[in-house]
Design a protein around this ligand. Structure first.
Ligand code: NAP
Length: 532
């Protein structure tokens, strides 16, 4: 809906009321130069519902005296604008003392912005504003930022904000832990019960869910960056991700919540795979990355139906490193196979209980069967002795394969092998001639510092039939290149990732997984990651 840019405040109200049926994404623009700012505002108008123009980002040389040159930035915007002039201690880009901030707001600010974001300390002295350019407090967002952590006196901050004449309240604080999101949701609940309009954000990667779920819990708006590089606060994801990856316009209080708990998780492609599947199956669900340091407090305070502190429609979790084993202590029931493997990667809320499963094992073995057929007595080498190796060895042994575990730490290899009736050998100078399958279950080859590494060379892999790399990013690893040179058939880690995700989808929704959709989404997400 194009914004009817007009002096007429009534038309702005109508626009915002219409937009309140849906979600408002505000795209911040923080540029040093006027020309760049103008370009960014035009681009922001294509994806955002509102545009925050951060005048504190502008080079003082560019704006000249009195910000007069900045007026046209607001005049020409295709969307309602928010004018912000933040001091450094509140997350702004310049040192500003109280006097220069007041001078700006009272006398020097451009007047054609639709909303003003005025920090709490100034808004508390609202009568001072009577001496300058008129301020319409029904268009003011009163904001407070804390870049250290959750303020201990949140209720007091809220109370002080309500003492100002500002219509909209905003609190943003740094999340040190995912459970800090509870405080942001608490503020939104309190605002709703007191009929106040509020924005509450937990900043940082642990707070992503507050940006995605905020509007469905009553937030006046959520912020989304124009590009990853132009984010104006920690953990701010892009407006495009909010719209097309998380489908934020369709999230409501009824939407089923799922996500991936681990550390790190922000580079996972699982949100792309699951959200694409939900969209294709028209399932009302959203899947987010949950950056979890301490799994037991996360489960207790946010997930377990009997103890959680937030009221949300939580359906299930994927679990990744380093929590696959420790999470088992937090569950009411664990599938016997997951117990044997010693790892849970999938959790489902069943009534008031949490049930744990392992879909890695089935996901691992499914791509092998069409290539090898019968696995009974197949000779398999598993390189690595961690969580993924455990699931691989367990499922291969279940199918009657002969398995040898190769690890750099022979004790770890032996311990894993003994658990499942396999044998073990040191990885150093291993030769894989005569093996039907050689599996890389180490992170060697993963994009980043490990990318050029491989646990086996072409010379070591010569004479093996099939090489299977569990690493999925990049899709073509050094291990697979070596294996191709050695003449092996190849299986990519992406196949396992999509298969195990499909099994999770089936468990959560009760429907068959749209395998092709999930696979395409995974490939697209990997391409995106490679461009980043
Ligand atoms: P993990 O529990 O940390 O185990 C990693 C294993 O790799 C350990 O045995 C470790 O040995 C070994 N290792 C690490 N660096 C090594 C090196 N430089 N040389 C030799 N061995 C090394 O990790 P995981 O959860 O099993 O995951 C392993 C890989 O599988 C990861 O890349 C993960 O992304 C991938 N994975 C893929 C899927 C999928 O769906 N495709 C699913 C699960 C896992 P030490 O114990 O001696 O450190």
């Amino acid at each position: 809906m194009p914004f009817p840019k007009s002096e007429d405040a009534h038309r702005l109200d109508l626009y915002l009321m219409k937009a309140s049926d849906s979600v408002r994404i505000c795209v911040p623009v923080c540029e040093q130069g006027l020309v760049a700012a103008e370009g960014a505002i035009a681009k922001a108008g294509e994806i955002g519902d509102l545009i925050e123009v951060r005048l504190d980002c502008l080079d003082p040389f560019q704006i000249g005296e009195g910000f007069k040159n900045g007026e046209h930035l607001f005049d020409r915007s295709q969307r309602p604008t928010i004018l912000t002039f933040r001091p450094a201690e509140q997350g702004g880009h310049r040192k500003l003392d109280t006097k220069s901030r007041l001078l700006f707001w009272l006398f020097n600010r451009p007047t054609s912005a639709d909303f003003l974001d005025i920090e709490l300390d100034l808004a508390l002295n609202a009568s001072v504003f009577d001496y300058g350019k008129k301020v319409d407090w029904t268009r003011v967002i009163c904001s407070h930022h804390n870049f250290v952590g959750v303020p201990g006196d949140l209720d007091r901050i809220f109370d002080r904000m309500t003492q100002t004449p500002a219509r909209i309240l905003k609190v943003a604080f740094q999340a040190g832990d995912i459970t800090d999101c509870i405080a942001a949701f608490y503020l939104l609940d309190r605002a709703r019960s007191e009929h106040r309009e509020m924005i509450a954000i937990a900043m940082g990667t642990a707070g992503i869910m507050t940006r995605v779920l905020g509007p469905s819990r009553g937030a006046f708006l959520t912020y989304g960056a124009l590009e990853n590089e132009s984010a104006t606060a920690p953990g701010q994801i892009t407006a495009r991700e909010l719209r097309s990856l998380y489908r934020i316009d369709r999230i409501s209080r009824q939407t089923r919540i799922m996500g991936l708990a681990g550390l790190p998780v922000t580079h996972s492609i699982s949100p792309y795979i699951h959200n694409a599947a939900f969209e294709s199956a028209q399932f009302d669900g959203v899947y987010m990355p949950f950056e979890v340091r301490e799994i037991s407090s996360f489960i207790k305070r946010m997930v377990h139906p009997r103890t959680r502190e937030i009221d949300w429609n939580f359906l299930g979790l994927s679990v990744t490193a380093p929590h696959k084993t420790s999470v088992m202590n937090c569950l009411d029931w664990i599938d016997p196979a997951a117990k044997e493997i010693g790892a849970v990667n999938t959790i489902i809320v069943q009534g008031d209980e949490l049930h744990g499963f392992n879909t890695d094992a089935d996901g691992f073995v499914s791509p092998i069967i069409p290539r090898i057929g019968e696995l009974r007595e197949a000779r398999c080498a598993v390189i690595g002795a961690g969580g993924a190796a455990s699931a691989a060895v367990w499922s291969l042994r279940q199918k009657g394969a002969e398995v040898t575990v190769y690890a750099r730490d022979v004790n770890k290899a032996r311990t894993l092998a003994e658990r499942f009736g396999a044998s073990s050998k040191p990885l150093r100078s291993a030769l894989f001639e005569g093996f039907d399958i050689v599996i890389n279950a180490t992170p060697l080859g993963t994009s980043g510092a490990q990318e050029t590494k491989t646990p086996a060379t072409a010379a070591q892999l010569g004479g093996a039939r099939l090489a299977y790399d569990l690493v999925y990013n990049p899709s073509e690893t050094q291990f697979l290149r070596e294996a191709r040179e050695a003449g092996c058939e190849l299986i990519r880690g992406l196949e396992m990732l999509v298969m195990q995700a499909g099994e999770q989808f089936r468990m959560w929704t009760g429907a068959e997984a749209p395998a092709e959709v999930m696979r395409d989404a995974a490939i697209r997400a990997l391409r995106l990651r490679q461009c980043e």
